[in-house]
Design a protein around this ligand. Structure first.
Ligand code: F0G
Length: 408
């Protein structure tokens, strides 16, 4: 396996063992916990934010674990808008509520941030066959970056549980789709077991620590967009638990490198039918008990999150909170965000806003709160029940004039 880039090491999040070469299984050979990439030394503020001429999140290259001369497989990801959502904020009694609209990434989700780094690293090491298990977005993202790199992509998806828009993307990008009888957890389990046998397969799930490195850039951007200030709270959906770990890592680095003087509190939100991490956090447990997941927010229909240990640490270290929301609350929040602010997100991306409704009184009115809305609403259209049959149908201008006269 490739040597870790100069100035970096890989460390086990369980026992702290370090590795100077990439580990194919992504887990510690001593204790089987996941690994994380650690930068030796610090990056300065001007070093982090001053990199011109690099595409997408590669402007943060000095904080990414690849040698400077490695050519990035990029689709110009990141730089997504941070939108002040005043109308929703007023309803929730929050003066400074923002949405980080990750649905504006190239494949329509935050996954692109991590995928550009993981695919670049895999291709650098000579991989030609990329694989992932997915509830849809990871698959779409990996397929896009594989196409960009000119390598083959294979995705495993839980049969009958992925939104049609995401499958359409995967198909169009030219990846091979394999359905797994079972949930995402089964798909990931099978995929990791097979990848352990077949060494040509490079796994692009968020157990791959290069994914986490790309996704942490969201923290760098939020910090910059708030005028070089960390928010008080970051609220985000949790599925396989990679993203909460990544965003927390980004904020921690800003603090460790002396760029930020404060850290946000992380608020992890799951769907009521798939909330193993919330349960573990609320009951003060040191591990997660897997559940049989069931939620309309198919992206986070996950019962056994792989990055649970990193995520629990993020919640505890940040003095954070974890809570679950019912599917009806998620759908209401999704429609409210679209109709009040013009931001259309997929169901999983609405769980942070649904959760804020339940946190009234727990978050100060003047706090700066950032909700990470992870995926574009167009990906999951079937969960919006459009009543087309009850809308008017006209055939000439006169009919339209009559109709408008009636409505006015
Ligand atoms: N939001 C969306 C839209 C997602 O697609 C996912 C994860 C998450 C939130 C949760 O992020 O897993 O890092 O905690 N989707 C993965 C996938 C599982 O396969 O696309 P996480």
């Amino acid at each position: 396996m490739s040597k870790v880039a100069e100035g970096w090491t890989q460390r086990c999040v369980g026992c702290g063992a370090t590795y100077e070469n990439d580990v194919r299984s992504y887990v510690c050979s001593r204790c089987s916990n996941l690994l994380e990439l650690v930068k030796k030394g610090r990056v300065s503020k001007s070093g982090l934010y001053g990199e011109g001429g690099q595409p997408g999140i590669w402007r943060f290259r000095k904080a990414l674990p690849l040698e400077p001369d490695v050519k990035a497989v990029s689709l110009t990801e990141g730089k997504t808008p941070l939108v002040l959502v005043g109308r929703i904020g007023a309803k929730l009694g929050l003066k400074n509520l923002y949405v980080k609209n990750e649905g504006q990434n190239p494949s329509g989700s935050f996954k692109d941030r991590g995928m550009t780094v993981a695919v670049t690293r895999a291709v650098q090491g000579g991989s030609k066959l990329l694989v992932c298990a997915s509830t849809g977005n990871t698959a779409a993202s990996m397929a896009a970056y594989a196409a960009r790199a000119g390598v083959t992509a294979i995705v495993t998806v839980p049969a009958g549980k992925v939104a049609a828009g995401k499958l359409a993307q995967v198909y169009a990008y030219g990846a091979k789709i394999i359905r797994v009888a079972g949930d995402f957890d089964a798909a990931l389990d099978i995929t990791l077991k097979v990848a352990a046998e077949i060494k040509e397969l490079a796994v692009m799930n968020s157990v791959n620590p290069y994914r986490i490195e790309g996704q942490k850039t969201n923290a760098y951007e939020i910090f910059e967009q708030l005028g070089f200030k960390a928010p008080d709270y970051v609220v985000l959906p949790v599925g396989n638990a990679g993203n909460i770990s990544a965003v927390w890592k980004g904020f921690k680095e800003l603090r460790e490198w002396g760029i930020s003087s404060s850290l946000p509190r992380m608020v992890g939100v799951q769907a009521a039918g798939a909330q193993p991490l919330v349960e573990a956090f609320q009951h003060g447990r040191d591990s997660v008990i897997a559940v049989q997941p069931k939620t309309i927010a198919s992206a986070i229909n996950i019962g056994n999150p792989a990055s649970w240990k990193k995520a629990l640490a993020a919640l505890r270290e940040s003095n954070g909170m974890a809570l679950a929301v019912a599917d009806e609350e998620t759908i209401a929040a999704r429609m409210d965000l679209a109709s009040s602010e013009g931001i259309f997100v997929e169901p999983a991306s609405a769980v942070p806003l649904a959760a804020l409704k339940k946190l009234t009184g727990k978050i100060e009115k003047s706090a700066t709160v950032v909700c990470i809305c992870t995926g574009n609403g167009l990906k999951d259209q079937e969960s919006v029940k459009v009543q087309l049959d009850s809308t008017p149908l006209v055939a000439d201008p006169e009919q339209l004039i009559n109709l408008l006269a009636k409505t006015a």
